[in-house]
Design a protein around this ligand. Structure first.
Ligand code: FNR
Length: 192
């Protein structure tokens, strides 16, 4: 199963980028064919319909194509003000917007419809960014994704990783593995 993993942060020492990195290793152990992308590698401006009318940025199309090719996704989202950050919203808004004059992408939900999505979060706080997940869920459902019921919020993230960027706690690794397994399980069945 092709699994796409990305974090909703571009910060160099981001906990969510580290969680995504750790998730990639866990998902590969689980047998997934993992693509790990960094949103910093996509040149995507703040959404503006005037800008879009002048031409959808090539990196939006590139990201649409990558998402379309992966039936399963895991998103590691930070929490800003009890919700998910603008980077996540902006990225998903661009990805869901139809591309005028491009017959391949006139269906805005082509790249997200039917994807099985697991959501993880990490925060230095005790709740681990759990509240961001509750806000991200309706957005993903609007994109016609199937949201995995299992989730994981990594609290006190500053103490959670070793020098190689792996999760120290076996319990945390087990929670990530639980989400990964459920996402792969559901994506396999939807693909039948
Ligand atoms: C935060 N942070 C934060 N943390 C949290 O657990 N709940 C929250 O509501 C907020 N709110 C918030 C607002 C804003 C504007 C910022 C910049 C930060 C802290 C946040 O979890 C922390 O900066 C993380 O390190 C961000 O994730 P990455 O970049 O480490 O992945």
């Amino acid at each position: 199963m092709k699994l796409l993993v990305f974090a909703g942060s571009t910060r160099q020492k981001s906990f969510n980028r580290r969680l995504a990195h750790a998730t990639v290793a866990i998902a590969r152990e689980a047998g997934a064919d993992v693509t790990h992308i960094e949103l910093a590698d996509f040149d995507i401006p703040m959404y503006n319909a005037d800008l879009e009318a002048a031409g959808t940025p090539p990196d939006v199309i590139r990201l649409k194509q990558i998402m379309f090719e992966h039936p399963a996704w895991i998103i590691c989202t930070p929490e800003y003000n009890a919700s998910y950050p603008a980077l996540v919203k902006n990225t998903l808004d661009w990805v869901s917007s139809p591309v005028k004059g491009n017959p391949e992408w006139t269906d805005g939900f082509k790249s997200s419809r039917g994807k099985v999505v697991g959501v993880l979060s990490a925060s230095p706080g005790a709740l681990g960014g759990l509240r961001s997940q509750g806000h991200l869920a309706p957005l993903l459902i609007n994109l016609q994704c199937w949201l995995a019921p299992q989730n994981f919020a990594l609290g006190h993230a500053g103490d959670a990783f070793d020098e190689q960027g792996q999760l120290i706690s076996e319990a945390s690794r087990g929670r990530v593995r639980g989400v990964v397994d459920q996402v792969l399980w559901a994506a396999e069945r939807l693909a039948r």
